[in-house]
Unconditional design. Structure first.
Length: 135
C-alpha cells in the first residue's frame, strides 16, 4: 500500500447534513478552508457525526442544515468526500428559496380564502330564513 493511498476501499453514496459551519479559515496566500461538522446518513449504516475541513468550490459555500451529496468509505467512515459537482450552487439555493416562499404565499392565500368562505357560510347559516337556519 502506498504511503498516501487516497483511494476509498469501500465507497458508499450518502447524504450529509451540515450541522455546523465554522466559517472561513484562510491565511494570506493560502487556500480557503471551511471546517464543517456533518451528520452523515447512508443506507445500511447508522447516522453519525464527522468533522471535515473542505475547500468549497466557487459559489457552493455550504450552509447550516444544507444537505450535501457525499461519498463515504465504509471501511473508514471518518473519510467523507463532498460531491461538489452535485451540490446546489448559490444561484440554485436562491431559486429554491424563492420557489419555497412563493409556494408558502400561495398556501397562505388558499388557507385565507378557505377561512373567508367558511366564515361567510357560517354567517349565512345563522341568519333567519336561510336554508341552514335552525327552526
Amino acid at each position: 500500500m502506498a504511503l498516501f493511498d487516497r483511494k476509498m476501499h469501500d465507497p458508499v453514496p450518502a447524504v450529509a447534513r451540515v450541522v455546523d459551519n465554522d466559517g472561513l479559515k484562510s491565511l494570506p496566500g493560502k487556500a480557503i478552508h471551511c471546517p464543517l461538522d456533518l451528520m452523515v446518513e447512508a443506507e445500511g449504516m447508522s447516522a453519525y457525526m464527522v468533522h471535515v475541513t473542505v475547500r468549497p468550490k466557487t459559489g457552493k459555500w455550504p450552509e447550516i442544515n444544507q444537505l450535501l451529496p457525499v461519498i463515504l468509505d465504509r471501511s473508514n467512515p471518518s473519510r467523507v468526500e463532498i460531491l461538489w459537482d452535485q451540490a446546489p450552487s448559490l444561484q440554485d439555493k436562491v431559486q429554491m428559496r424563492r420557489a419555497g416562499r412563493l409556494d408558502a404565499a400561495k398556501q397562505a392565500v388558499t388557507e385565507a380564502e378557505f377561512d373567508v368562505q367558511k366564515n361567510a357560510s357560517s354567517a349565512n347559516e345563522s341568519m333567519p330564513g336561510s336554508c341552514g337556519a335552525a327552526r
